[in-house]
Ligand binder design. Structure first.
Ligand SMILES: [Zn+2]
Length: 163
């Protein structure tokens, strides 16, 4: 990559860079991290060329440390993104997220009769099927599935509603 291209997105001094986000998930991540209310500098890029994803998005957030719940929410919505932790313009830690095996207290069950929608209990889902890394709308077979622990309702990865 040429130097000129790199400059399209400014380097950050301290904070995090979420990279390799499928383009259609970028704004969902902006939403779950509540970045609209965040006061430090944020760079959001989408539809960037990517050799592995076709198109990808990047979110750079200055002075941000991700909490475990935020990391889990990101892993749920966009597994396989890369989280870079930046200190003094250097990447000090690079982690590729994995899909969660168990999802506790993060997503809603869309069965209106499910006990988790009526009682004050944490939702709980078990991943029952591992989809492919680059699943798309036309490829139902390849989607990750989560099963509600209480009512056994199956939720596909693109139907997930974050609580
Ligand atoms: Zn349920």
């Amino acid at each position: 990559m040429s130097e000129g291209r790199e400059l399209l997105i400014r380097a950050i001094k301290n904070g995090i860079v979420i990279d390799h986000i499928p383009s259609e998930k970028v704004f969902a991540i902006v939403e779950i991290l509540k970045l609209k209310e965040y006061s430090e500098r944020i760079t959001v890029a989408t539809n960037m060329p990517s050799s592995s994803l076709g198109r990808k998005g990047i979110i750079k957030i200055e002075e941000k440390i991700l909490e475990e719940k935020e990391l889990n929410n990101i892993a749920l919505l966009a597994p396989n993104v890369t989280i870079n932790i930046i200190e003094d313009y250097k990447v000090i830690e690079k982690t590729k997220l994995d899909r969660l095996d168990k999802v506790i207290g993060l997503m809603k069950c869309d069965n209106p009769k499910c006990i988790s929608n009526h009682e004050n209990i944490e939702t709980k889902f078990i991943r029952v099927k591992e989809g492919s890394e680059n699943s798309n709308e036309n490829n139902l077979e390849e989607k990750t599935e989560y099963k509600c622990f209480y009512c056994e309702k199956i939720i596909l990865e693109d139907e997930i509603q974050i609580q």
